[in-house]
Design a protein around this ligand. Structure first.
Ligand SMILES: Cc1ncc(COP(=O)(O)O)c(C=O)c1O
Length: 433
């Protein structure tokens, strides 16, 4: 795997022998003839015309992530949010239905409840561990199951093989947001997923400099099996003059072609070449980072579990977790650097804890080489209802930690400082409980 992280998609093959993938920074691409540009617009040949639909540096990133996920193809887009939006809009026509895990990044839940609902797509949310709940939520118009392979912020893991087997019995496509896992820890396609979405802003980039997203087609989804369920892919498209599902013969379901031609281009949610370049640089060290970060997070979770001020540690290694078996079976290299803790004393204790930290940065990103901390109830999950927050394990006292590459001894010392501050505030009785 490490080899692919460094080499997939680029072999020093340009005119100058650039060792590192070069940044293409051009809004448009010149063509040798009228006939060639016409053929490109007619989808009769491959290439670049205008950067809103693709860029050569971005193409290298797409090929690299396709290789890492063992997929059939990928498109890189402007953000992780754009990846989810474009993937779901491509699969879900008005009047269709989606079943989603209730343990999702808050921005995704907001998108489902608000924007997707505006587009007349209904959502049912379920406890991702309850296979009967997934089954009971299925309607004739259900087209997609959506879940996170490692859920944000409590790092819950799902039995993806079982969920995919159920979905495929009903010709439902499974979309997995694998942002927290990254392909270095887990490949959803190996467990049956049809599409994978990534916020490449996080672990793929790893350096906290870039917003980016990817949609990967694992090659499993074939709309031609039940063409009447996916007419936008299986019927001739009058706007583009092609039937997108015919592109299955090139190893892809046609969905990516449709997503790129229609939604990425119409929404203008393009990834610039400069951003693709910085994500590519990050991926070179992904394999190394993920193993070390996961091990550090597991050690800190163990240590935090012994601290009196911590009511609960939400990490797959916790003895009371339902996903311990899944962690052992499907995540042999660890479960990333993200997990959460519940502090005694609610938001008042959280405020004292966060403000006392000197090494952890108070910021709403994750997957950086720097350790980060945030309070999901008032930030990433603040627009959810209290019931939705409770369903995804976010309470007033919940703090999300994202472990970086600093020395463990320093991180432990900083967390101890935060816990002491939280205890002092609690002792003074000035906390909101
Ligand atoms: C699991 C997950 N998916 C998607 C996103 C959205 O990604 P982006 O911020 O790159 O749009 C986030 C952002 O935090 C996330 O945590």
């Amino acid at each position: 795997m490490g080899t692919q992280h460094v080499h997939a998609g680029w072999r020093a093959q340009d005119a100058h022998g650039a060792v590192v993938p070069p940044v293409y920074s051009s809004s448009a691409y010149a063509h040798p003839s009228h006939a060639r540009l016409k053929a490109l617009f007619a989808r009769e040949c491959d290439g670049f015309a205008y950067a809103r639909s693709g860029n050569p540096t971005t193409r290298i990133l797409e090929e690299r992530v396709t290789a890492l996920e063992g997929g059939a193809g990928a498109i890189a887009v402007a953000s992780g949010q754009a990846a989810t939006t474009i993937a779901l809009c491509s699969l879900l026509a008005p009047g269709t239905h989606l079943v989603a895990s209730e343990r999702l990044y808050g921005g995704t839940t907001e998108f489902l409840d608000d924007t997707l609902a505006d587009l007349s797509v209904a959502t049912t949310t379920v406890d991702p561990w309850d296979l009967d709940a997934w089954a009971q939520a299925i309607r004739p118009e259900t087209r997609v199951f959506l879940l996170e392979s490692i859920a944000n912020p409590g790092a819950e893991l799902v039995d993806l093989d079982a969920v995919c087997a159920l979905a495929h019995e009903h010709d439902i496509a499974v979309v997995v947001d694998s942002t927290l896992a990254s392909p270095a820890l887990y490949r959803p396609g190996d467990h049956g997923a049809d599409l994978i979405v990534h916020s490449a802003t996080k672990y793929l980039a790893g350096h906290g400099t870039t917003i980016a997203g990817l949609i990967v087609d694992t090659g499993r989804f074939d709309p031609r099996r039940r063409p009447e369920r996916w007419p936008r892919l299986t019927a001739p498209n009058p706007r583009f003059g092609v039937t997108f599902a015919d592109e299955y013969d090139q190893g892809c379901s046609g969905l990516l072609g449709y997503a790129r031609a229609k939604y990425m281009t119409d929404f203008g949610a393009t990834l610039p070449g400069q951003s693709a370049h910085t994500v590519l640089l990050g991926i070179e060290t992904l394999d190394l980072r993920m193993e070390r970060i996961s091990a550090a997070a597991a050690e800190l979770a163990d240590w935090l579990r012994e601290q009196d001020d911590v009511a609960r540690v939400n990490h797959p290694s916790s003895p009371d977790r339902r996903d311990a078996e899944i962690a052992a079976r499907d995540f042999p290299r660890g479960t990333s650097g993200v997990f959460s803790i519940d502090l005694e004393g609610g938001e008042g204790a959280v405020e004292a804890f966060c403000d006392a930290l000197e090494l952890f940065t108070l910021a709403v990103n994750l997957g950086d080489v720097r350790s980060l901390v945030c309070h999901p109830a008032t930030t990433t999950h603040c627009h959810l209802t209290p019931a939705q927050r409770a369903a995804c394990g976010v309470g007033d006292g919940t703090v999300r930690l994202t472990i970086g590459l600093e020395d463990l001894v320093d991180l432990r010392e900083d967390l101890a400082r935060g816990l002491r501050a939280a205890r002092r505030v609690r002792a003074q009785g000035i906390v909101a409980v």
